[in-house]
Design a binder for this molecule. Structure first.
Ligand SMILES: NC(=O)c1ccc[n+]([C@@H]2O[C@H](COP(=O)([O-])OP(=O)(O)OC[C@H]3O[C@@H](n4cnc5c(N)ncnc54)[C@H](O)[C@@H]3O)[C@@H](O)[C@H]2O)c1
Length: 425
């Protein structure tokens, strides 16, 4: 079903099938395993790659998909509801196999990279490139690079415009509603919600909930994002200021201990607590595993945590990514991310020696534009072509790239600030 909603990755599969640009690539994949990932895996195989795959999250695997992939002959190590120990066992199995020397890593969160680097350093040295999808994994890569420990080139797919804007913003805008509705049947109108973090994910969640009539508060550490939130009509607060009154708390920071036991002690009865960020440490769930609190599973991915006075908070997915645990992602958005990942793999795998050093790179802008163009026919969108005169006037190539690398496609407020500071309205 999702194939028809994934036009970009299917177009790429068709266009590159004859060239097989990933012939001889041996890819370790560590991502969420769902129907859309299967389309990516089949595409990479059609482009010539040999693959082994594990899950990057213990709750998000669609078992039927993992089984179907295994039946089709792919080496997949994942199931829904792995323990922490199973999780690392699966990645280890995926990385380390007889007569298998991987040369590429496709990671989401940096766990496959981390395991290979720590446990199999000799194997890691022979890797040609890493493609990383998440904010968290990219952060780890930059830390490795800064510490001089990154010995291979890596592509930061997360910050490709085509990934950040569509996956983090538009996808989360839809899936936050879906996951809260499916797991709690909550009515949104008039509810007070606090969203921690006003980055791409936080912006998507805030927009969606505001659209349903929620009163939305935002917490931020960054004055730029806090100002954006204020100008977008949200009250920017400290969590402590609203935590006693809100009905829903959502984290979207990629940070740790954003919601602590102290906050949860103050929450009101029935408060829903969930996390949209990659890391499962945003909500300090471990602090809830104390003898004075009782846990009651009310349905899959939904726990009541009960205080001695009878107060309950509703914790979703034990603080892990709520949309991937309690709902699914829109295939169209995944198509954009998958096409970006596939192109990044092709680019790193085929790059002539010297083009990329042991550092973290962004996908060239031209490829971002290519991924977007693969998805335009779905909307019957007709691009305007530059005339020769216009191209000369703007100093652009008629075939792109159309924007400089530093152009971030941000909200009007920031663009306004930039042109104001350069005096170029
Ligand atoms: N659920 C999903 O489907 C999905 C999709 C994409 C990304 N993500 C994950 O969501 C997280 C956020 O992604 P993003 O693209 O919005 O990143 P981002 O960097 O654009 O935004 C995160 C924001 O959180 C703020 N922040 C950091 N610490 C904070 C704190 N203690 N309190 C309040 N605000 C704080 C930062 O200033 C930043 O503005 C990442 O972990 C990312 O991997 C999830």
């Amino acid at each position: 079903m999702c194939i028809s909603e994934m036009p970009g990755i299917m177009a790429l599969r068709k266009r590159a099938a004859d060239d097989r640009p990933l012939k001889n690539a041996k890819i370790v994949g560590c991502t969420h395993i769902n129907a859309q990932t299967a389309v990516l895996i089949e595409t990479l195989a059609a482009l010539g790659a040999n693959l082994r795959w594990a899950a990057c999250n213990i709750y998000s695997t669609q078992n039927e998909v993992a089984a179907a992939l295994a039946e089709a002959g792919f080496s997949v190590f994942a199931w829904r509801g792995e323990t922490e120990e199973d999780f690392w066992w699966c990645i280890d199995k995926c990385v380390n196999a007889e007569s298998w020397q991987p040369n590429m890593i496709l990671d989401d969160g940096g766990d496959a990279t981390h395991l290979m680097l720590k446990k199999y350093p000799a194997m890691f040295k022979l890797i040609k490139g890493i493609v990383e999808e998440s904010v968290t994994g990219v952060h780890r890569l930059y830390q490795l690079s800064k510490g001089g420990k990154l010995s291979v080139p890596a592509m930061n797919v997360n910050d490709s415009v085509t990934k950040t804007k569509y996956d983090n913003l538009y996808s989360c805008r839809e899936s936050i509603i879906d996951s809260l509705k499916r797991s709690t049947d909550v009515m949104f109108g008039g509810k007070q919600v606090v969203i921690c973090g006003y980055g791409e994910v936080g912006k998507g969640c805030s927009q969606a909930l505001k659209g349903f009539g929620c009163v939305v508060y935002v917490t931020e550490i960054d004055p730029i994002c806090a100002l954006q939130a204020s100008m977008d009509g949200y009250r920017v607060v400290k969590l402590n200021e609203v935590v006693r009154n809100v009905d829903i708390v959502i984290t979207a920071t990629g940070n740790k201990n954003v919601v602590t036991r102290e906050h949860m002690d103050k929450m009101k009865n029935g408060c829903i607590v969930c996390n949209m960020g990659h890391s499962n440490t945003e909500i300090d769930v471990n602090s809830l595993r104390t003898p004075d609190l009782t846990w009651e599973k009310v349905r899959s991915q939904v726990d009541h945590v009960i205080w001695p006075d009878g107060k309950r908070i509703i914790l979703l997915a034990e603080g892990r990514l709520v949309n991937l645990s309690c709902s699914s992602l829109p295939s169209f958005v995944v198509s954009i991310t998958s096409a970006t990942q596939a192109l990044a793999l092709i680019e790193l795998f085929n790059a002539p020696p010297g083009r990329y050093k042991s550092d973290v790179y962004l996908l060239p802008k031209k490829m971002d534009e290519y991924v977007a163009s693969l998805h335009l026919p779905t909307f019957d969108a007709h691009l305007t072509e530059l005339t020769d005169e216009q191209a000369k006037y703007m100093g652009l190539n008629k075939a792109g790239p159309f924007k400089p690398n530093y152009y971030r496609y941000v909200t009007r407020m920031l663009k306004f600030r930039k042109s104001y500071s350069t005096g170029s309205f």
